[in-house]
Ligand binder design. Structure first.
Ligand SMILES: O=C(O)CCC(=O)C(=O)O
Ligand SMILES: [Fe+2]
Length: 377
């Protein structure tokens, strides 16, 4: 059973506007704090920003549908994601999971588009970190198929959308900093190159009824690992659900908004004050669902100290974050005591908060836990 909660929609225009007064920004911060401490999930909007317009949403949904509607043989030619945190390319059905449940979804993962010159310059200077690199686009031939008869080219539509969502995330950081009684640019200090390691995932959740599979799970119950997740959810069909007060609740699609949820790292840094919510995706059996999820990270080398003074009980104290749990598949867990990186949640939390490990190195090690070779179910 699930029901719908009244999850707030927060207009963040005052965070985006250079003319907004301190009082106006503070009001947005209060709304963010309420939503973050009650649910950990909320909707944001700002009519003045292109990401929230019906026109752009329609273009993105159309591009997403075109991609997943490709001929299976053509789809199979798109490079597949590889293990490790740097995930770019096609995610086949069953290619990745946070649990042993077969998740009925396929995906496509992309991020920052480097120019060839910038990529070479970066390699020659500091080198690429473990979350940076070129995208894995479909071949030119497939891109031509995707673009046929459409005004907006597939690749540029996706690139523009990714940068737009990263921009919104960065502005949102101002409101979150204020919500934590910090200077408005505090969190942005740790996110100067976020867009080069954050990434977007387009998901296509398959209706289970015609898959010969009774599982309703599109994405198993989990918390997100990072900082902020921003989701465009343009399909009216049931899908995203939030676990709140011991029950699952639908997080329905709301036009011209993005769904935002906090990630484990942000929650950990606030001693659990900002909730990293447990959520999942279910299918109603008959209808497809598409979503576009941006996983917004702080800088790879970020070592962020605890951001709050007060002690909070609850989520942080329980250590119940996916980020801190060993999620290797059950079959591997029997051996995990032998693994050099097996550590309990409390130890990992302390290391992250003390700055003994940086965000990026830890995330890279986490990603290897959810990768499945091919469709190994
Ligand atoms: O598709 C969605 O709405 C959410 C997916 C999700 O929670 C995830 O991939 O972490
Ligand atoms: Fe998630």
């Amino acid at each position: 059973m699930s029901s719908t909660l009244t999850i707030p929609t927060i207009d963040i225009t005052h965070l985006l506007s250079p003319d907004a007064s301190a009082a106006q920004k503070q009001q947005v911060a209060i709304n963010l704090l309420n939503a973050f401490t009650t649910f950990g999930v909320f909707y944001i909007t700002s009519p003045s920003h292109p990401v929230f317009t019906t026109e752009k949403t329609d273009h993105i949904l159309d591009a997403t549908k075109r991609l997943f509607a490709l001929d299976p043989a053509e789809k199979a030619l798109i490079p597949k994601i590889q293990p490790g945190g740097f995930t770019r390319g096609y995610v086949p059905l069953g290619g990745e999971s946070g649990s042993t449940t077969k998740e009925l979804k396929e995906g496509f993962s992309y991020g920052y588009e480097w120019t060839a010159a910038d990529l070479e310059a970066k390699k020659a200077s500091t080198g690429l970190n473990g979350l940076q690199g070129p995208n894995s686009w479909p071949s030119e031939e497939t891109l031509n198929v995707l673009d046929q008869g459409h005004q907006d080219a597939f690749k540029s539509t996706l690139q523009e959308f990714y940068l737009g969502v990263c921009e919104v995330a960065k502005e949102l950081l101002k409101g979150i900093s204020l919500a934590l009684a910090l200077p408005e640019d505090e969190l942005a200090k740790y996110c100067s190159s976020s867009e080069t390691i954050s990434f977007m995932r387009f998901f296509h959740y398959l209706p289970y009824a015609n898959q010969g599979n009774a599982s309703q799970i599109g994405s198993s119950a989990h918390t997100d690992w990072g900082f902020l997740t921003l989701i465009l959810s343009p399909c009216k069909t049931v899908g995203l659900q939030l676990f709140h007060e011991n029950a699952w609740h639908d997080v329905p699609s709301v036009e011209n908004t993005l769904v935002v949820n906090g990630g484990d790292y942000l929650s950990l840094l606030t001693g659990g004050k900002l909730i990293s919510p447990l959520h999942r995706v279910v299918s109603n059996g008959m209808e497809e669902r598409y979503s576009m999820c941006c996983f917004y990270y702080p800088d790879y080398h970020a070592r962020i100290p605890l951001l709050v003074q007060e002690e909070f009980k609850g989520q942080a104290a329980s250590g119940n974050y996916s980020l801190l749990r060993d999620q290797r598949a059950d079959e591997d867990v029997t051996q995990k005591g032998d693994q050099p990186d097996a550590q309990d949640a409390g130890t990992v939390a302390t290391k992250l908060l003390n700055g003994d490990i940086n965000f990026g190195d830890y995330i890279v090690s986490k990603w290897t836990q959810v990768y499945r070779k091919g469709s190994a179910y």
